[in-house]
Design a protein around this ligand. Structure first.
Ligand SMILES: [Zn+2]
Length: 186
């Protein structure tokens, strides 16, 4: 304990947000240090200035919880803490369309000009446009030769996607046939 008679603000037993001060723990740089127990059970040494100014309000669990609830509110995470289905779809879409050219798929996309529209570079916009992802569906482009934007995308089940892929292959075949015909005429 400090020398008798010295000016000393005893914080023992006081509560600062999630901290409860357990006992005096020495001095450092003219500050008093306190052993504190957080509401979550963690124990840490915190200086009086950090406690009194409100700079330290928990062991870090408060900040993590606030971050998590922000992520849940913005649709990036589910209540379980895992990434939300929509956020999963968005990140993989961005990854597919922006992969560096040394990646085969990235190169293929780049050559075909398949990109993500300006508006959808923001997850908030993407979520506002597409809404919640229904169970068992994934992000599907209606026309495989066009990029990611609201008019070309929908949440689709696997069987819808197979159908769509077939029909766009059919479109490509039809186009090839009509080009051959045109070439013969010319
Ligand atoms: Zn804590």
């Amino acid at each position: 304990m400090p020398a008798p008679g010295s000016l000393f603000n005893d914080l023992t037993g006081r509560v600062f947000d999630r901290w409860t001060v357990r006992k005096f723990s020495g001095r450092k740089n003219r500050r008093s240090l306190w052993e504190c127990v957080c509401r979550c059970g963690s124990i840490k040494i915190v200086s009086d200035s950090n406690l009194l100014s409100g700079k330290s309000r928990s062991c870090g669990c408060l900040k993590r919880e606030l971050q998590r609830s922000r992520s849940v509110r913005s649709g990036r995470r589910s209540n379980s803490g895992a990434r939300s289905p929509e956020y999963e779809s968005w990140t993989s879409m961005i990854a597919r369309a922006t992969t560096k050219n040394n990646d085969r798929r990235g190169l293929d996309y780049a050559l075909r000009g398949i990109s993500v529209c300006e508006r959808w570079r923001s997850f908030d916009n993407f979520l506002a446009d597409m809404g919640k992802r229904p169970l068992g569906t994934s992000l599907e482009r209606k026309n495989n030769n066009l990029g990611y934007c609201l008019s070309n995308c929908k949440w689709a089940t696997a069987s819808e996607q197979v159908k769509n892929r077939r029909s766009s292959q059919q479109v490509a075949r039809d186009r090839a046939v009509s080009m051959k015909k045109a070439a013969r005429k010319g």
